[in-house]
Structures are given as C-alpha cells and as structure tokens.
Ligand binder design. Structure first.
Ligand SMILES: [Zn+2]
Length: 417
C-alpha cells in the first residue's frame, strides 16, 4: 500500500485547532505562550494524541510529546514537530501546521502498520517559540539551555515573569530545568513550517528543503554630535548627528555588495533623533541595525565593515559613536543526511522542490545544539505571516506532509533504498 497522509483528516484537525484562541472581531489567533488559549490548545493536542493511541506526556516546560514506540527499547528517538503558541493576532499556520502534520504522520504510520524496529518516533509541540517571554523557551529547555535565572529574568510586555505565568497555569517553573533530553537518546529532529516569506509562492514551488537557518546580530548604535541652534550655526560648523545616520544608511547597499552575500540582509528598523526639536541641530541619534546571513564568516565581515563605515563617517563629520550588541545568533546548518533524505523522497514523490535558506529563526535552530536537524518549508501565500491573512494551498500542505511522512519512514529505517 502506498504510504500517504489523510489530507481530509488533517483539514479537520486544522479547523478544530484554528478555533482555539480565535478573536471573532479581527479573526486573528491569540494563543500567546502560557495564556488560557495556549493551554487549551495543548489540552486539545493531548486528547488527539491519546485518541490515536500514542504515549502522551508533558514536560516541565509545557512541551507536549506523543510517542510511537519501537519494539526495540534501546532505539533512538526521531523527534518531529513545531510550536502551538502564536503571536497576538496570528494566522493559523505558523507553528500549528508543523504540529498537525507531525500528528498526521505518526497516526498514518501507526495505522498503516509500519513496524518501527530501528527508531522511536515522537511528536513534540514546543512552548513559547514566539517570544512572549524571550522565545524558543520549550526547545531551549529540551537542549538544557534554561537556568533558574532565565525563569525570573524574562517577562512579557505587562511585566509578568515567565515563572509567574507558569505558576498561574498550575506549573512549577523549576521543573523546566528537568526537561533536558539526553543527546544519546535522540537521533534527529524534523520540522515542517510555513516559509513566512514570498520565495516559494513567487516561484510556484510546492515545497522547500531548508539548507541553513540565518544567523544575525543586532546593534544599538549611538551617534553623538553637538546640539545647537538651527539658525545661528553655519552649515560647515555643525556636528550634526542625524547627517551621520543619513550617511550610514546610504552605506548599507555598498557594504552588502562588497562584504555580503546573496543571503545578506541589513535593516535600520528604529531611529530616534535627539533632542528632537525642529529648530535644533541634532546632537544625538540612536538607531538599531539588524544584520543577517547564513554564513558565520560573512556575518563577521559585515560586522567589521559596518564598524569601519561608522568610524569613517564619524571622522568626516566630527562625530563620536559607540554601539552595544543587543543580540547575536549564529547561523545553523541543516544536517546533510536529512537534506539528502528529504531530497531523495521529494524526487520519489515527483515534487518540484527548492533548496533554500530560512530567513526566520525556528526551534530547529536550537535543536541543532542537541541533534541532527532538518526542515521542510511550504509556501506562504504572498509571503504573508504573523497575520490572519496567512495561508497555504491545501495541495502544498499535502505535498509537504507526504514528504515529511516518507522522510520519517525512511529515517526510521523502513523504506531504505
Ligand atoms: Zn513559527
């Protein structure tokens, strides 16, 4: 019998889950981490997993697992999943689709009597991927990156700490420290996710095979000049901090061209001119720059080039500058074995796939610290995400889910060719 998922059943699950946390007014989902709706979503998933005969457990970080055990107790585990939490006013696919596809894959393998001799298969739905409390909390817990300080340090926009939010859900936050998995027990991690960008949709490809996930650095830059009267200060005697910013912004395309790669991105997302009076030459400018690439070496080059550009501008315009590194994430490679397995199964299914980088961060990036990791992308219509307008054609979802199913089956040692 041909190994395929049941798309009608996947649709049914999707419509059920899409109602949990939905605001009828803006039609957005509000399942932010550790909210009541988020907990309802987790409960819904536990019931589903239980109903199809998987072994269900929830760890101390609120990650939900559903296991299809191998007959060999000493077998390693292949994890497959994503996250159930959402940003406020979210679409229904970000994270949820990866969890629903994992559910459908395990259910299909179980029903179709796949005898798992070499590996356990386990669904995982991670908590707080989206960052009500910093982000990737569930996967960070699983790889052992969470400390007691993490729990008290992170708080949401209302000032509620992660620890308090967990207590309100009836959990003991310190149990998150026990969520760590032993790398010896884990074989690999596979995640299906919507692309959240326009590339697959534009190229009309049903699936993407992710090769690497972008790294980034974020700087808070301060450019200092001298605030002075806009009427009495001659143009050539100014130390205008804003003109430093303007020069710097114009350097971006040149720096990306000379020091970047095709996957490089740089964005000034916020800038403030101080003192901010129309009749005053700006004395201080604060700006952020967010720089991304899939290569560590390219990111380092870009960092040096941005630094040099700031120095040259400061000299030319008689300004001072300094910056503080707000965050730094290393780029992550997907594992070659999993890319190869995905590619071979995509060919077998006759899918017109694209090998591509991920410009957004995912739990998979964290899981790479623990095990071999791979990702499947499905197209986002018009590149839209973090919005109720998020959508993917059912035919693409079906293609992605079947690719996940075949690849899991192959990785579990059942369809080795
Ligand atoms: Zn996501």
């Amino acid at each position: 019998m041909e190994l395929v998922i049941d798309i009608e059943r996947l649709k049914q699950d999707f419509f059920e889950l899409s109602e949990i946390g939905k605001n009828p007014e803006d039609r957005g989902l509000y399942r932010t981490a550790f909210s009541e709706a988020d907990m309802q979503g987790r409960e819904w998933l536990r019931k589903k997993l239980d109903a199809c005969g998987l072994e269900v457990r929830t760890d101390g970080a609120a990650n939900v697992f559903g296991r299809l055990s191998s007959s060999d107790d000493s077998a390693k585990t292949i994890l497959v999943g994503s996250h159930l939490d959402t940003v406020p006013c979210a679409g229904a696919l970000d994270g949820s689709l990866g969890v629903l596809v994992a559910l459908e894959c395990l259910r299909s393998l179980k029903e179709q009597g796949q005898d798992l001799r070499s590996h356990h298969l386990e669904l995982v739905a991670f908590s707080d991927e989206e960052g009500r409390f910093g982000g990737m909390f569930g996967s960070q817990s699983v790889v052992g990156a969470v400390t007691p300080e993490t729990l008290e340090y992170y708080s949401d926009l209302e000032g509620c700490t992660l620890a308090d939010a967990m207590r309100r859900c009836g959990m003991n936050p310190l149990e998150a420290l026990d969520a760590r998995l032993d790398p010896e027990d884990i074989d690999s991690y596979l995640e299906l996710h919507i692309e959240q960008g326009p590339v697959l949709d534009r190229l009309r490809k049903p699936v993407g095979i992710v090769e690497n996930i972008t790294g980034l650095f974020k700087w808070l830059i301060k450019i200092r000049g001298t605030a002075n009267h806009a009427g009495t200060t001659p143009m050539e005697m100014r130390e205008d901090a804003f003109m430093g910013l303007a020069d710097f912004a114009h350097e971006i395309p040149r720096i990306l061209e000379e020091n970047g790669a095709e996957s490089s991105r740089a964005t000034i997302g916020r800038a403030q001119i101080l003192p901010g009076a129309p009749n005053t030459v700006p004395g201080l400018v604060e700006l952020t720059i967010d720089v991304r690439d899939t290569s560590k070496a390219v990111l380092e080059d870009l960092g040096q080039a941005f630094h040099r550009a700031l120095s040259a501008i400061a000299r030319r315009r008689k300004l001072m500058f300094d910056y503080e590194i707000q965050s730094e994430i290393e780029p992550t490679e997907c594992h070659k074995d999993i890319i190869d397995a995905l590619e071979s199964e995509a060919k077998g299914l006759g899918l017109d796939y694209l090998k591509m980088p991920s410009g957004a961060a995912h739990d998979a990036q964290i899981m790479a610290q623990l095990t071999r990791m791979g990702m499947i992308f499905v197209p986002s219509r018009e590149g839209k995400s973090h919005s109720p307008a998020e959508w993917t054609a059912w035919s693409d979802i079906e293609a992605g889910a079947n690719l996940a199913l075949r690849t899991l089956s192959r990785m579990a040692g059942k369809t080795e060719t």
